[in-house]
Each structure stands twice: as C-alpha cells, then as structure tokens.
Design a protein around this ligand. Structure first.
Ligand code: CTP
Length: 401
C-alpha cells in the first residue's frame, strides 16, 4: 500500500535501515522506517487519510509518523531530490537522493533499503556493502569521521555488535579509539550518553557490551572510578537469570529492564561516587533516586534479610513491600543464599498483591473512629492474610471489630 501511494504521488518510496537489516537477520521487527524521495510529510498525510491512520508531523525535520490502528508506527523521512546540471549538451541528472540519505547513516549494516514502488517492488539497494557485512557479521562505519561527527555511534557500534554477535571491524575499532583519544565522548552531553547506556542495558544480554565498553575504556570516560570487576560480571549473569525467570512467569509485568542492569553496574559504589556518575549522566531526579537511593537501600535490605534469616513471612512482607519490581529483581540477583532467594520469589509470586478487601469506609461503617488506628488494623489484617486467614470481607470486618 505504501508503494501504491508512492506511485500515485509520483515519488520513490523505500523501506530503510534497521527494518531491512532485521529482515535479513530474521530478527523481530519493531519499527518501520520509510524514506520518500520528495516530500515525506505530503506523502504521509496522503497515506494516512487514505487508510484512516493517525499522523504526527515534525515540520522542522520534514518527517512524519503514521500510526496504524493496531499501534504499528511507520516513520517517514524526506530525501530531497537534487538536480545537477552537467556540462555541455548532456541532460540534467538527478542525483539519487536515497543514496545520499543512506550515506549519512552510521554503519553499513544500517544502509540497506528496499524499494516499495510497484515496478521496482522488493529491489534491494545496497550502496555501501551492507549485505556483505551482514553476512560477514561485522559492524563497519561508512566514513572515517563518523564517530567524530556523532560520538554516540561508539555506543551504537557496541550495542549492535553485542545484539547480533558481530565483531567491530578493524578500521572501525581504531576509529573508535581515535575518537576516544581526542575526547569525543568526554564532550558528549550526559543525556546523550545516558540514552545510549539505557539502550545497551535494555538489551537481552548486556554483559558482552559492558565488557567491550570497558575494553575501550569508555567506563573510565564516564567516571574515573568505574571499573568492571569479576564481581560485576558475575552479578550481570545473575541478573540475566533472574530476569529470564521473571519474564517467563510474568510476561505482562512491565519494569525498566535497563534499570536492573544499571543497578548491577553501579553495585558497590559508594553513595558519593554513584551521585557523581548520575550527575555526569544527567539523570532526571526521579531516576537518580531510583538508581542510587533505591539501589543502596536494596543492597542494605538484602544483607539484612540474609543476616536475619530465617524470618517470618510477615517480616519478609513488610521488609519488601515498598520496593519496586526492578529493586526486587536486583535483590534476587544479588543474593547467593538459596533460601533467601526462595523467600523473596515466594513473596513476589504469592504475597506482593495481598491487600485487605475492606477499606477505611468499611471500618467507619462499623463504628471505628477514623485515625492512625486504621493503618494499624489494615496492616494487622494483612498479617493474618499472609497466614492464609481472613478470606472474606465479613471475616476481615469481624477481625477489625
Ligand atoms: N543513525 C545514525 N546515527 C545515529 C543514530 C541513528 O546514523 N547516531 C541512523 C542509523 O543508520 C539507523 C537510523 O538512523 O539505521 C535509525 O536509527 P535507530 O532507530 O536508532 O536505529 P535502528 O537501527 O532502528 O536501531 P534499533 O534497532 O536499536 O532501534
């Protein structure tokens, strides 16, 4: 349909970048990027009105997003047509603007495109050896200044090489080292580094990427005290197992996956150093709290549980109930004590959702005067429920009285 719309408007339309790469690698496809040789916004509006899709326009960047009913998003960008007058009687030639658009990209594996217009539908466009590099499993930049122009690409090279199990090309690796030597990442804003790190930590298994970052000395650029130790690597593995367990059982339970790995990365660093790292990365206040304060609290709490074990179900409940999912998962990954791990996963599976069936209104209706006593009563009801008692509202009311 996209190609048909292109035919009607007389513009060439291509699906490009990650979509084509992931298609070749048989990876799940998330977003679709389309480039139109011409006015991308006009194309997107036409397509959206024809197919009753929602549309977001970004006039400043000449881009638009088409949003289908089922949530699928198609990003549409414009590649300008450029005409060059050639000498003498030769005709004016049209420089392929898709080629120029692709030439601006980061790695050869991201420069593939497929034509969508009817006549050329399915034609694979590969100006920069992307197919070869996908086959050879190699991350390679297109031009030598790539990392200087955009140092976030250093993190992207590591992300892709980790995600697909590709190696980083020799020249590309040397250019990363050069860029680091001239301070490219040092000068990068914290927000941009943070955004890349979140993507790396959000990957299925970020450990090899973290190791590669350490090999290039990227962690030291972020903070001179950062040092990847065997303990951190082991913790990453443990986080991996914990998240696999969690995601298998609770596929619908969303939590920021990156945050668990981030906590693992910063595990053991004192408060002051952690704050310096968070400030360098320009963490928003809420995330700073989550990653620093919550992480340190989680570290203390798990040690307390380990030290006090065995403890009652009630104690486990009250010690854990105020922690967010990512902290509980972090604690599970941290402990090496099998019984403690079982107790926490039991809490997670069976007890975390336990709440009284009655509330303040019910207590008032049976004549109990409102006040702090309400919290005491409701908490006591929870304690009972943790032992499998008080299964109905009537039983809870009776208990409250
Ligand atoms: N791109 C780039 N330099 C960057 C970021 C992006 O050249 N610093 C280019 C890449 O070539 C990429 C395209 O912009 O193909 C879209 O970027 P993004 O959506 O981040 O890339 P994906 O390849 O889709 O990555 P992911 O699979 O992680 O979403």
């Amino acid at each position: 349909d996209i190609g048909n719309a292109g035919d009607t408007l007389g513009v060439e339309v291509f699906v490009v970048g990650g979509f084509v790469r992931d298609l070749m690698l048989e990876q799940p496809i998330e977003d679709v990027d389309v480039v139109v040789e011409g006015d991308g916004i006009a194309f997107a509006s036409y397509f959206a009105s024809l197919h009753h899709c929602r549309l977001h326009q970004h006039r400043k960047f000449n881009t638009a997003v088409i949003i289908f009913e089922d949530g699928l998003k198609v990003d549409v960008a414009s590649a300008r047509l450029e005409y060059y007058a050639t000498p003498a009687a030769l005709p004016v030639v049209e420089n392929s603007s898709i080629k120029m658009d692709l030439a601006r990209r980061d790695f050869t594996i991201n420069t593939l495109a497929i034509s969508l217009n009817t006549e050329t539908f399915g034609t694979l466009i590969d100006y920069f050896g992307g197919v070869r590099d996908v086959k050879d499993k190699i991350v390679r930049i297109i031009h030598n200044l790539s990392f200087i122009e955009d140092p976030t690409r250093i993190f992207r090279a590591i992300k892709f090489s980790n995600r697909f199990g590709f190696r980083i090309g020799k020249v590309t690796a040397n250019l990363i080292k050069n860029a680091l030597n001239v301070g490219a990442v040092k000068n990068l804003s914290g927000l941009r580094v943070l955004s890349e790190l979140k993507q790396i930590f959000g990957e299925e298994n970020p450990l090899p990427a973290v190791q590669t970052m350490a090999d290039y000395g990227l962690d030291k650029v972020i903070h001179h005290d950062l040092k990847l130790t065997d303990t951190t690597c082991a913790l990453f593995e443990s986080v991996g197992k914990t998240l696999a367990w969690h995601d298998l059982l609770y596929a619908d339970d969303v939590y920021p996956r990156w945050a668990v790995y981030f906590m693992a990365w910063l595990h053991g660093y004192p408060f002051a150093v952690s704050i310096q790292i968070a400030d360098r990365l320009m963490f928003p206040v809420k995330e700073k709290e989550r990653l620093i304060e919550q992480r340190i609290k989680s570290e203390h709490r798990i040690r307390l549980i380990e030290k006090s074990y065995p403890v009652s179900t009630q104690q486990i409940y009250w010690w854990l109930i105020h922690f967010k999912t990512e902290c509980l998962l972090f604690m599970l990954a941290l402990t090496k004590n099998e019984s403690v791990r079982k107790a926490i996963s039991h809490f997670y599976t069976h007890q975390r959702k336990i709440k009284p069936l009655i509330g303040g209104k019910d207590l008032k209706s049976v004549g109990i005067k409102p006040g702090p006593v309400y919290t005491t009563i409701l908490n006591k009801i929870i304690d009972e429920k943790l032992d499998g008692k008080l299964n109905t509202m009537e039983e809870e009311i009776k208990f409250a009285k």
